[in-house]
Design a protein around this ligand. Structure first.
Ligand code: NAP
Ligand code: GCO
Length: 263
């Protein structure tokens, strides 16, 4: 029987004070992993520690900006000293800026690329040496529908998430011989703070047009919730997926398969 357990494993989930990262890290803890997470400031780390504690999870939290290579290398060394070698890395931290491309400043474009693509590169580079030394490791990159599709106002985010899909494939290609598997997890439209602006009810109490659009585009006729991602993430983090490499597992309720319900 395939081994879905994470007992004895140390998992680092980036940007996991709330949202998708918190759900995945909590699921890892319930599967037996020791959970480590980072976020951009101490307030968020404290918020995350409280959230994990409320679930009975003793998590380890660190302040770290995934775009700052010196900070990342220092925190990885501190984690290895205080907790142990990281067996599972989930590159979850990310931002989006919804701006029409012709109005977007280059600095805004660069910021999204920096956090959503350079950050995962820096984090993966920092954990690879120890994974190579122990001849095992799991790297899971949180991709997106925008790893496959475009839409208005998300040019930087789509470029980053498309690049993250190819970074995933390249890490899989370059480090598979060390028994390191690198896969993507591609959420559909998930109800988190990041998508809250797309779901805000209208002044007349009707659903946001984008909310209605996603319902029509999703065979399940609902938004996903962070808990929908936990089972697929545990699978990709566990030995059950040791021969799955360079794959992006979409958890989208069927959006990518569906032309959409006729209005
Ligand atoms: P979220 O609610 O905005 O949470 C993102 C987390 O990352 C926040 O805690 C954020 O901190 C943190 N973060 C941002 N920049 C960081 C940095 N430089 N260093 C460290 N942490 C940083 O997002 P989410 O909806 O949970 O999404 C999590 C991941 O899933 C993202 O990569 C997102 O692109 C992806 N995703 C989301 C959806 C969706 O529908 N929600 C779908 C597909 C993919 P702050 O609070 O300071 O921003
Ligand atoms: C948007 C949304 C999406 C989701 C997600 C879809 O503005 O279209 O924020 O980008 O966050 O990435 O998979």
């Amino acid at each position: 029987m395939a081994n879905f357990s994470l007992e004895g494993k140390i998992a680092l989930v980036t940007g996991a004070s709330y949202g998708i990262g918190l759900a995945i890290a909590s699921g890892f803890a319930k599967a037996g992993a020791t959970v480590v997470f980072n976020d951009i400031n101490q307030d968020l780390v404290n918020k995350g520690l409280a959230a994990y504690e409320a679930e009975g999870i003793k998590a380890h939290g660190y302040v770290c900006d995934v775009t700052n290579e010196d900070q990342v290398n220092a925190v990885i060394a501190q984690i290895e000293k205080e907790v142990g070698v990281i067996d599972i890395l989930v590159n979850n931290a990310g931002i989006i800026k919804r701006i029409p491309m012709h109005e977007m400043k280059a600095a805004e474009f660069r910021q999204v690329i920096d956090i959503d693509l350079n950050g995962p590169f820096i984090m993966a580079k920092a954990v690879l040496p120890s994974m190579m030394k122990q001849n095992s490791g799991k790297i899971i990159n949180i991709c997106s529908m925008m790893s496959e599709l475009g839409r208005e106002t998300v040019s930087a985010y789509a470029a980053a998430k498309g690049g993250l899909k190819m970074l995933t494939r390249n890490i899989a290609s370059e480090y598979g011989e060390y028994n390191i598997q690198c896969n993507g997890l591609g959420p559909g439209y998930i109800a988190t703070p990041q998508t809250a602006p797309l779901r805000e009810p209208q002044a007349d109490g009707s659903r946001h047009p984008f909310d209605q659009f996603i319902i029509a585009k999703t065979p399940a006729a609902r938004w996903g919730n962070p808990e929908d991602l936990v089972g697929p993430a545990v699978f990709l983090a566990s030995e059950a997926s040791n021969f799955v490499n360079g794959h992006v597992l979409y958890v989208d309720g069927g959006i990518l398969a569906y032309i959409g319900k006729q209005p």
